[in-house]
Design a binder for this molecule. Structure first.
Ligand code: ZN
Length: 210
């Protein structure tokens, strides 16, 4: 799908279209906000998450065009506004782990906020797979270590590619600490970071946080 992004700043229109195509095919629940913090786009992973969690009102057809802030608890509004301001001022990616459990599943996600052209924002949410998750298999070699013995971790966002479902990249910090054999981690780049940090038209890279 096409979006009417502002055309100034970081990205060439075809690179933005490439970013959208990548989000269309990503398992990371992702959305794009315009400069008024209105949803301009939600990806299919977003719709799937909404549907699986019994929240049809969150389908992109109902969400796109609405404001982000009313969907966030009022007390968190100043916090989120500060996040966007910080990303704008620093040029860095901002990230944050938060809990988003359903009645029968304990879940955490790692959110990353990226700036795109003209104060538009890309927000992506990676599932955090940890010890002690109910109904989520604990992170293990069986899921993340390839037949060559290597774990493929994105060198930008540090998500790790699943071997049973290679399109999915999870955030598995505890597993990586536990397996900490540095030589068995190969550094790749996940599709979203590739589209964001390495646009084919050669726009400058954004600096990374530590
Ligand atoms: Zn990445």
């Amino acid at each position: 799908m096409g979006l009417n992004f502002p055309t100034m700043d970081l990205y060439h229109p075809s690179d933005l279209q490439n970013l959208i195509t990548t989000l269309e095919n990503s398992d990371l629940v992702s959305y794009i906000l315009d400069s008024d913090l209105r949803f301009a786009y939600c990806n299919p992973a977003w719709d799937e998450f909404a549907s699986k969690n019994g929240a049809p009102q969150l389908d992109h057809r109902r969400v796109v065009g609405t404001q982000l802030m009313p969907s966030i608890p009022l007390v968190l509004t100043p916090f989120y506004l500060r996040v966007f301001e910080e990303v704008r001022n620093s040029g860095l990616i901002w990230q944050y782990v938060y809990e988003c459990s359903s009645p029968d599943r304990f879940r955490k996600f790692r959110m990353r906020v990226h700036q795109v052209n003209g104060d538009w924002w890309l927000v992506s949410n990676a599932l955090v797979v940890e010890e002690g998750h109910h109904a989520t298999a604990a992170a293990s070699d069986a899921i993340y270590r390839g037949s060559n013995g290597l774990i493929n971790m994105c060198s930008h966002c540090r998500c790790t590619q699943r071997t049973d479902k290679p399109t999915q990249w999870d955030f598995v910090p505890q597993y990586l600490v536990r397996t900490s054999q540095a030589l068995t981690v190969s550094h790749g780049i996940c599709p979203i970071c590739y589209a964001y940090f390495y646009p084919p038209n050669g726009q400058p890279l954004r600096e990374q946080p530590q």
